[in-house]
Design a protein around this ligand. Structure first.
Ligand SMILES: Cc1cc2nc3c(=O)[nH]c(=O)nc-3n(C[C@H](O)[C@H](O)[C@H](O)COP(=O)(O)OP(=O)(O)OC[C@H]3O[C@@H](n4cnc5c(N)ncnc54)[C@H](O)[C@@H]3O)c2cc1C
Length: 816
């Protein structure tokens, strides 16, 4: 083997399927001066023992993108790199036991077709046609994925490695990384074979990612589960059928029972995600070994018994087979089950491509995404679902990771209903008035760990988990949300909003610098405005509220989940010689939203602030003898103020406002009501309506662009797009929906063709309409145009609305 070079452009730590794919894609992008370090043989981590299933199914648009890309890459990879491998595209049948499951399938079929995949729904007869050994009496239908299949994970990794090597990239096996340090603008990675310096480094260490992360001062939010599958001996009936048919059975997933069953040669492979699951390496009596290469955990058949019995009832020929072997291996989990793929939070020129739970079917797409992050600093598809910065420091807590990992694993195939809040790992970050709003009936959901009220229940309401197992608008919450919206519209509502991310930008040059990053005009002192941040392609990076306190002194306010993402965007663009500073002061403040026509009268009782100051102003004042910042804005679209308080004063101020509000009909309202109110104003929400999948102009944000500014990030691209005209554009739609409002990425139809997609949908209680925001082919955005929205498989008529808010289009209520 050649000697370890002293320098490489990129060093990847870890040679599983994901690390190898990252190397392959970097080399493909022309970055051939890259080195992969593997402490053992390639595939020694989770990859060697993986079952190798390659589904394209996902209810997440971005993850489906990754998996679709993988499946299509794997079909041609053997020929591309001259490394033939076992990849069987058998198709798969995903069984549905309920109406809700079938709705989920239909939604995924819609998304899949939009991505160019011919997914389909099967009736029980059609299932039996493809899978004659199947019991179907209790099934409502199935999803058929013709692209699903299985690949040999070791061969896949070797093929990617060969492809990378052939292009000039280097792989060093039995060469563990043992540490990392920063020297100047370089990373120095130490190994027993010497040190290697690099510009950029990637943590692709699989279930060892937390250990590797420590060298970078990064606490990786993850844990490790034990995951098993059972291999069965030959089943003569299956062998005969397969011989005759000339192919294998489609892979079967009984998602409601929580297992997959796959034909393996002439036998079968059964892999459950069991509820009674087991985490590993989390207690002192089960420490993580320094090296677990090519090792397995002891078999644990007891945990699988229920699933085996269930599978035998579903496919009775399985009952005739003898068990030949079990595999029980480590599989890493992040708290939401998605991988960590993107910039390493807070660490320059370092990236993560680790903690993959489905790393075989995602490796191809993950390699593409990682290579884009490294070589271009941005990705083709918006990949927020996998971005490591979606978590903040609270998520690295081990108990939290274990609780969430076990919950996700035990519900790996669960449906994620919009009104359901998963119970594990809760109460991580509480508002200063948590107990007060809980006493008022708050039904909480976490937002970046912060517990916020989603809606307020009344005594006697059905608060069971079962009641949330629906895609429907209707439920115990419906009347409550409606009443909350009515209070905000007719009197006033107060919403506790802890965790609003907040950055202080202060010092000489701050204004000029901020102006180069934002597309529009900055507000004057005493005023607040929305600012949009574009990348060089003109795509929407983020939206922040910019409060100018004084010349060169700003507070920037952004979503709770955007805290690390947005802070890094600002820091990344900070000039080296900046005379101003940026501080994250999120933890020092809290916020209440007071909205509704009576909010002025309520505040008049508790403050001497100037309440006649107009919309988009702010002022410092006192409530109950405590400082607060009153900001005249309302995401609900009514007269209102945000009351920003110091954390320690929040309870006092809330109490004063709450008491003063009682005679005016003040009620608490939650995030559900806020979402309904904002959609009636066509206000966009981040990472739904606003994402890097769209440009500022496609997003209909032209009025937030100041073309007269000498320059700002993204200006050149936006000018080009303005000249050429956008191909698709943001619209507000009213939908003659049925029982469900349009979820994210529902397809829009016109003349039998897909012409766009929704980016969010909800019921508007003030307008009495189902509303969707979305992106539509530009020629169809004329107000009044009739199109259709596909919602869980059914199409509903929708009408394009005039550009602007649907409710109170002239903002008279806001300006009142
Ligand atoms: C039983 C089982 C079945 C599975 N079935 C499937 C399936 O059907 N489909 C699917 O998509 N996924 C499946 N998975 C999950 C899949 O195995 C993983 O998601 C995937 O292998 C992760 O690949 P990776 O490259 O991220 O990590 P790994 O394969 O774990 O690779 C990480 C590598 O980093 C190396 N490393 C660690 N520390 C260092 C260091 N300091 N220096 C150098 N090298 C280091 C390790 O030796 C290892 O080779 C299964 C998992 C299990 C346990």
């Amino acid at each position: 083997m050649s000697a370890l070079p002293s320098h490489a452009r990129v060093v990847i730590i870890g040679g599983g399927a994901v690390g190898a794919s990252a190397l392959y894609h970097l080399a493909k992008a022309g970055w051939t001066d890259c080195v992969l370090l593997e402490k053992n043989e390639l595939t020694a981590g989770s990859t060697w023992h993986a079952a190798g299933n390659v589904p394209t199914f996902s209810s997440s648009w971005s993850i489906m993108n990754m998996q679709r890309y993988s499946a299509s890459l794997y079909r041609e990879l053997g020929a591309l790199v001259d490394y033939p491998m076992n990849y069987h595209v058998t198709g798969s049948i995903r069984l549905g036991h309920s109406k809700e499951r079938l709705q989920e399938f239909k939604r995924v079929v819609g998304m899949g077709r939009y991505q160019g995949m011919d997914l389909d729904i099967l009736s029980p007869d059609e299932m039996r046609g493809k899978y004659p050994f199947l019991e179907t009496h209790d099934l409502t239908g199935a999803l058929y994925d013709p692209y699903d299949g299985d690949i040999d994970p070791a061969q896949l990794t070797q093929a990617l490695a060969k492809g990378a090597r052939d292009m000039g990239a280097k792989i060093f096996r039995f060469c563990p990384a043992t540490g990392a340090r920063r020297e100047g603008d370089e990373w120095v990675i130490s190994t027993p074979q010497g040190e290697i310096r690099c510009e950029k480094v990637v943590n692709a260490a699989g279930y060892y990612a937390r250990e590797v992360g420590k060298w970078f001062g990064r606490d990786v939010p993850m844990m490790v589960m034990s995951h098993q599958y059972m291999l069965f001996e030959e089943i003569p009936e299956l062998a005969a059928w397969s011989r005759e048919a000339g192919h294998k059975l489609p892979l079967l997933r009984d998602v409601d029972s929580s297992y997959y069953l796959r034909q393996e040669k002439t036998g079968m492979n059964l892999g459950p995600y069991e509820r009674n699951c087991k985490a590993h390496w989390v207690t002192p009596d089960d420490p993580m070994p320094d090296d677990f290469s090519f090792q397995l955990f002891p078999d644990d058949l007891d945990r699988l018994e229920w699933y085996l019995n269930d599978a035998v009832e579903r496919v009775p020929i399985l009952g005739t087979a003898g068990l030949s072997r079990m595999i029980n291996g480590p599989i890493p989990y992040a708290p939401d089950g998605n991988p960590l793929l993107g910039p390493m939070p807070g660490v320059p020129n370092a990236f993560e491509a680790c903690v993959f739970t489905f790393g075989i079917c995602q490796a191809g797409g993950a390699g593409k995404v990682l290579a884009e992050w490294v070589t271009e600093g941005e990705t083709e598809w918006d990949m927020w679902s996998c971005d490591p910065r979606r978590y903040t420091s609270f998520a690295a807590d081990k108990d939290y990771c274990v609780a969430k990992g076990m919950e996700i694993y035990g519900h790996e195939y669960a449906m994620h209903f919009p009104k359901h809040a998963w119970p594990a790992g809760r109460d991580r970050k509480l508002s200063p008035i948590h107990d007060r709003i809980k006493a008022l009936g708050a039904q909480f959901k976490p937002y970046n760990g912060w517990e916020r009220a989603n809606w307020y229940a009344q005594p006697g309401d059905d608060l069971s988990e079962e009641s949330t197992q629906t895609w429907n608008r209707e439920g115990p919450w419906r009347a409550r949300i409606e009443a909350e919206c009515r209070a905000v519209t007719e009197a006033a509502g107060i919403l506790d909003l802890p965790g609003f991310s907040r950055f202080r930008v202060k010092g000489e040059g701050a204004t000029a610098w901020l102006s180069t990053l934002t597309t529009g005009k900055l507000p004057k002192p005493g005023r607040i405005g929305l600012a949009y941040f574009s990348d060089d392609k003109g795509r929407i990076v983020t939206e922040m509220s910019v409060m100018m306190l004084d010349e060169d002194f700003f507070f920037l306010i952004t979503a709770a989940t955007a805290q690390w993402h947005d802070f890094e965007w600002l820091q990344k663009h900070l000039p080296k010689d900046a005379a101003f500073t940026i501080d994250d002061v999120t933890e020092s403040f809290s916020c209440q939203i007071l909205s509704g026509p009576k909010s002025r009268a309520i505040l008049a009782d508790v403050t001497d602030a100037d309440l006649q100051k107009g919309w988009l102003t702010h002022q410092s004042c006192q409530i109950a003898g405590r400082w607060c910042q009153l900001v005249r804005v309302s995401f609900a679209g009514e007269l209102g103020w945000e009351i920003h308080t110091k954390v320690e004063d929040t309870a006092t101020i809330f109490d004063a406002v709450w008491e003063a509000g009682q005679k005016h009909g003040l009620r608490p309202f939650g995030m559900e009501a806020l979402d309904s109110l904002r959609i009636e104003k066509s206000y966009r929400s981040w990472k739904g309506d606003l994402s890097t999948d769209y440009t500022i102009l496609q997003g209909g944000l032209d009025r937030f662009v100041d073309w007269t500014k000498p320059d700002f990030k993204g200006k050149a691209a936006l000018e080009r797009e303005k000249q050429q005209g956008v191909t698709k554009r943001f619209v507000t739609l009213t939908v003659e929906a049925g029982e469900c409002d349009a979820p994210y990425m529902s397809t829009l139809w016109h003349d039998g063709k897909v012409v766009g997609e929704t980016t969010s949908g909800n019921w508007g209680y003030r307008t009495g309409k189902s509303i969707a925001l979305g992106m539509l082919r530009a020629d169809l955005t004329v107000p009044g145009t009739e199109i259709e929205v596909e919602i869980y498989g059914d199409r509903f008529k929708a009408v394009v609305q005039p550009d602007g808010p649907l409710f109170d289009p002239n903002n008279e209520r806001l300006r009142a």
